[in-house]
Design a protein around this ligand. Structure first.
Ligand SMILES: Cc1cc2nc3c(=O)[nH]c(=O)nc-3n(C[C@H](O)[C@H](O)[C@H](O)COP(=O)(O)O)c2cc1C
Length: 335
């Protein structure tokens, strides 16, 4: 299947367009920024290790702003009991969905026996899904690869999906490339194994009732529109984080919302009250500002703007004046 130009289908459910979970990227501050661009898409948290929710850091890991809805909490873990407790906590915290990470191949995640390596243990994963389903009324979804190491046949993938479907999984986000658990680092595992959209399309074709989102390598709204002709949803990661404004029309294009003007300066102005609150709670301005850097790219003066905000917002006494000035500069530049 070729991903490219295409008509843009209107979609109804938030999950049909989602922003992928990304460690160190999709934290709560980025999600608030993303909400200035899209109110409708589904946002995922970074992966949270389920076991960590048993300790007192819970609020630091789980708190989010009301504006972030609809929001899915992504969990990492392999223990049905711990995951079911985490799912119940997530529901009480107000999350809209629980997602289990079966796609991350990092050595750290493997050493905890979760992430992509769990795809080799379908029975264990099924127990986790069943336990979470019985602990929460929220949708329990899966994010996975098309395979790992030599477990890469279509038959393996179908059996895996069937098993998880039987266990009660509500939806599948499939990163359309396999992961090599040894030999490639996580970054290489996001680019070296080739994308196989056709394989995911074949699976969707033979299991039309399964709700399948395509993930991996979707770089533009047009590519997403084309993918939505085949799949139930699309999930975009790097292309959104590295250039959020490229996606400023997604609510209009995909959800049929009224057109609105979204600019970098407007986004910064909108997040000032949120930043004020963060500073009041002893947060650092940089926690928020680091995500604003990708709002400008090749425009005249963009590099200088990024350098200035990086330098100033990382200072210990950084205050809101920095954001206010940054917004003014962008506005003056017509951005
Ligand atoms: C910096 C970074 C961190 C990531 N962290 C996670 C994570 O916490 N959980 C997860 O399931 N996937 C994670 N991923 C994978 C993405 O969710 C996504 O599957 C992958 O980047 C492919 O989609 P893309 O081509 O649209 O970026 C991460 C990716 C990146 C680039």
């Amino acid at each position: 299947m070729k991903i490219g130009e295409g008509e843009k289908p209107l979609i109804k459910e938030a999950y049909q367009f989602s922003v992928a979970p990304m460690l160190d990227c999709t934290d709560r501050h980025f999600r608030v920024l993303m909400r200035q661009i899209s109110k409708r898409s589904l946002l995922y948290t970074e992966m949270i290790v389920a076991k960590a929710l048993q300790y007192k850091t819970r609020s630091k890991l789980l708190n989010f702003d009301e504006i972030e809805h609809p929001i899915a909490l992504q969990l990492g873990g392999d223990d049905p009991k711990i995951l079911s407790e985490a799912a119940a906590i997530a529901e009480s915290w107000g999350y809209d969905e629980i997602n289990l990470n079966l796609g991350c191949p990092s050595p750290r995640v493997q050493s905890g026996n979760f992430g992509a390596c769990l795809m080799a243990y379908p029975d264990q994963v099924a127990k986790c899904i069943e336990a979470m389903k019985s602990a929460t009324n929220l949708p329990v979804t899966i994010k996975q690869r098309i395979g790992i190491d030599n477990l890469e046949s279509e038959e393996f993938l179908l059996q895996f999906l069937d098993r998880m479907d039987k266990a009660g999984a509500d939806r599948f986000s499939i990163h359309a490339r396999k992961a090599w658990l040894k030999g490639l680092n996580p970054k290489q595992n996001r680019s070296i194994p080739p994308l196989q959209y056709e394989k995911v399309a074949k699976i969707k074709n033979s299991r039309p009732k399964l709700i399948i989102e395509l993930n991996g390598g979707l770089k533009t709204p047009d590519a997403c529109a084309n993918a939505l002709k085949t799949f139930d949803g699309v999930m975009v990661g790097r292309a959104i984080y590295s250039n959020p404004l490229l996606w400023r029309q997604i609510d209009e294009i995909f959800f049929g919302d009224k057109a609105k003007t979204i600019t970098a300066s407007k986004i910064i102005k909108e997040i000032i009250p949120y930043a004020e609150n963060h500073l009041k709670n002893n947060g650092r301005l940089w926690d928020i500002c680091k995500h604003t850097l990708h709002l400008v790219h090749g425009e005249h003066g963009a590099r200088k703007w990024r350098q200035e905000i990086s330098l100033q917002a990382q200072r210990s006494n950084a205050d809101l004046n920095i954001l206010e000035k940054a917004a003014r500069q962008l506005e003056d530049a017509g951005l």
